[in-house]
Design a protein around this ligand. Sequence first.
Ligand code: S3P
Length: 424
Amino acid sequence: MPLRGRFTPPGDKSVSHRLILLSLLAKGEMLVRGLSDCEDVASSLKCFRALGGKATEEQDGLRVTGLDRNFPPMPESGEIDLECENSGTTMRLLAGILAGAPGRYVLTGDAQLSRRPMERVAEPLRLMGAKVSTMAGKPPMVVEGGKVNSSEYALKDASAQVKGAVLLAGLSASDGGPTVVLERASTRAHTERLVDFFKGRVSVDGLRISIWPGTLVLKDTFLAPADPSSAAFFLTGAAIIPDSKVTAENILLSPGRIGFLRVLDRMGANVSITLTSDTPEPVGEATVEYAGPLKGAEIAPEEVPSLIDEVPVLALAATRAEGRTVFRKVDELRIKETDRLMSIRHQLGALGARIKIEGDDLVVEGPTSFIMPESLDSGSDHRLAMTLSLALLAAKRNVPILGSGSISVSYPGFGAQLEALCRG
Ligand code: S3P
């Protein structure tokens, strides 16, 4: 069944997290419109409130009052528990913010988050003078914040969350100096863009980002752009299902987020992009139209951060494409909500796809005529569950997808949107 129509996905998850969490270090009041309604962002909001932040629902959006670093006194227990649930972004960015806050904070997560690595963020924060401990590298992460100093840190992983945590800690450096982060490859730049937008001092020189301590100032209103990573499922669906044409409106079009559109274009889909605004980041619409069978493509290591969350659905596109698609150096996928390399191989493999993991590369040989197992298993990984829904649509079949409740982690309205685009 073709996918046809225009739609607006939920507010961008990465930007929504940052709007809420940055407000801990900001003064002023801001009405945020278009904030993501997903569970992950709700986790950030709960933590914001647990730290004394004020946010009230209004008809037009969420009114957020900046906490301006007025963190609450410690309760009798001597520590504040912050439940980050499934959200790695919440935990990692909060660790950076709390590194400069007096008190003891215990950051916990659900079973999936409790398996994810946290030393990558604990280590640079320790080098800045914060006391941070993990449980054998995993959550719970305990941050005993207070005084942090500026530092220069070369990221070991291409991770926007780690970059963000160090930059946010740098906003509280008590020696007044700049904190410098050197990236290995360019990752999504939302932290630095928003800090700049809220009147913080930050400078970007290629892969070198410097930030100076200071207090941010919120704007009166902020319209969160829609999430390209949510749009990606339907836009990629349109590239693989004959007669499809889908337009995602008002989405964030930052170069660090739309690598999947560049890849779909290289694979032969008809892709067009129109910019409608540029501050603080590019926003506009993207249309993908089916243009015949796709062909395989090579995805270079330096492109990977710009499509890191879209590898599952691009791998699905590759199973429908003629020839070989290679995703180079995608080992970061091993530490997502699930080991996504294995989940992609097993679940698309269960549909008959020819997929191999060669070292850190993911190799897909297409095209595949899908066979149907009795059920598919997303492993409660939201991006896998949505990818598998599209796979079933492309195969014109319907079998249960186990763990599809996880879709609300990023896109609660996914099922309804899928139906609407199928109706055309
Ligand atoms: C995110 C960064 C990416 C991405 C995640 C959101 C962010 O994670 O996969 O969904 O908002 O900074 P890493 O920084 O761990 O690559």
